[in-house]
Design a binder for this molecule. Structure first.
Ligand code: DAH
Length: 345
């Protein structure tokens, strides 16, 4: 026997068109293309035909198979995309999404940026120096000779591996940001005005007000005729911008090897306004930074001609400033990464 392929095509088209879901189209596929399906029967029938009819008949079966395979595939894709579209319709866009927590800058970074931007508004540039320094920049060039007692508090954290380019250069983690003064003056001629924020390292045991690593900001201004009154004026403007117009300040004589004269700056306690409270240890004053006029020995170390320039310098501790500004009682909080603390600023 032979088949009526046109009728078969029509029937199969209709069945495929009527299939409403994946299950139904799969049933149609099995009916035609399955192992016991119509196509299998057609191919089996081929062997019963006279040999000369077989090529012609085989061609028709193949053609029928190709058409039906394609139609079923297309229908399947159609069903799948319709189902997808259907499920999209069920998406409720009014349901609130899952909010990802947004991070922000660490409070110490915020303080550094605030302080640097005040100085930038006053015409200072912001520079950085390396945390690994030479003994010369950290001490000797700053007028702190090897036997000077003021080395004692800082003399540590030397690096085993010395500078490979020079066997005689000792390297250490810098104990203050002041060596940046040396690097800047070695590179630039006055007039210059720079602030340098960065990490410093000291052999301090950790407690509520000490840490072996903390941050400082160094300041340096050098020109032909810089006076102590410029230093007072500059720091007055700076501290009023940072802590508010109301604060009072005083300069106490002090000693630093790299400045002469030297002073420490106190501000009136912003909590009790000078009355005395627990933040200022009942003194009414808070010690806030060191400063002075650049020592001639420092100019000599960087090769500036004798007597040509004068300069002012200052250095402050970022953690201490931040603790005073925000009433934070323990320096360790900055470094413990406790989100409950960090989130507050
Ligand atoms: N380097 C000093 C320290 O770490 C701070 C300091 C004091 C820096 C006076 C200065 C300065 O530039 O003039 O204690």
């Amino acid at each position: 026997m032979t088949f009526d392929y046109e009728t078969e095509k029509q029937n199969s088209r209709q069945k495929i068109a009527e299939a409403a879901d994946i299950k139904q189209i799969e049933a149609v596929r099995l009916e035609y293309l399955g192992r016991k399906g119509k196509l299998a029967a057609m191919y089996a029938n081929l062997t019963t035909l006279p040999i000369e009819q077989r090529p012609e008949e085989g061609k028709k079966i193949n053609e029928f198979r190709d058409i039906i395979t394609q139609l079923i595939e297309e229908k399947k894709k159609d069903i799948v995309s319709k189902e997808r579209r259907g499920s999209l319709k069920q998406l409720d866009v009014t349901i609130p999404g899952v909010a990802h927590p947004i991070g922000h800058k660490h409070i110490l970074t915020q303080t550094i940026e605030e302080i640097c931007s005040i100085f930038e508004q006053l015409g200072f540039a912001v520079e950085e120096g390396p945390e690994i320094e030479t003994e010369f920049n950290n001490f000797t060039a700053l007028n702190i000779p090897a036997d000077h007692p003021s080395r004692d508090g800082f003399d540590t954290f030397y690096l085993k591996q010395q500078d490979p380019s020079d066997k005689n250069v000792n390297l250490l983690l810098r104990s203050h940001t002041s060596p940046a003064q040396i690097r800047i003056m070695e590179k630039h001629k006055p007039p210059l005005a720079v602030v340098v924020p960065g990490k410093v390292y000291r052999p301090d045991a950790v407690d509520a007000s000490h840490c072996f690593m903390f941050h400082q900001i160094e300041g340096l201004l050098v020109d032909a005729d810089v006076k102590f009154s410029d230093l007072k004026g500059l720091l007055t403007v700076f501290l009023k911008r940072l802590f508010g117009e109301k604060i009072k300040m005083r300069f106490r004589p002090h000693f630093f090897p790299f400045t002469e004269p030297s002073a420490e700056v106190d501000i009136s306690c912003y909590i009790c306004e000078g009355e005395g409270c627990s933040v200022c240890s009942r003194k009414g004053w808070l010690e806030i930074m060191g400063c002075g006029m650049v020592h001639p020995e420092v100019f000599k170390a960087v090769g500036y001609p004798k007597g040509k320039y004068t300069g002012l310098a200052f250095g402050l501790g970022v953690e201490r400033m931040t603790m005073l500004k925000h009433g934070i009682r323990d320096i360790r909080l900055f470094f413990e990464n406790d989100i409950r603390f960090l989130e507050q600023f």
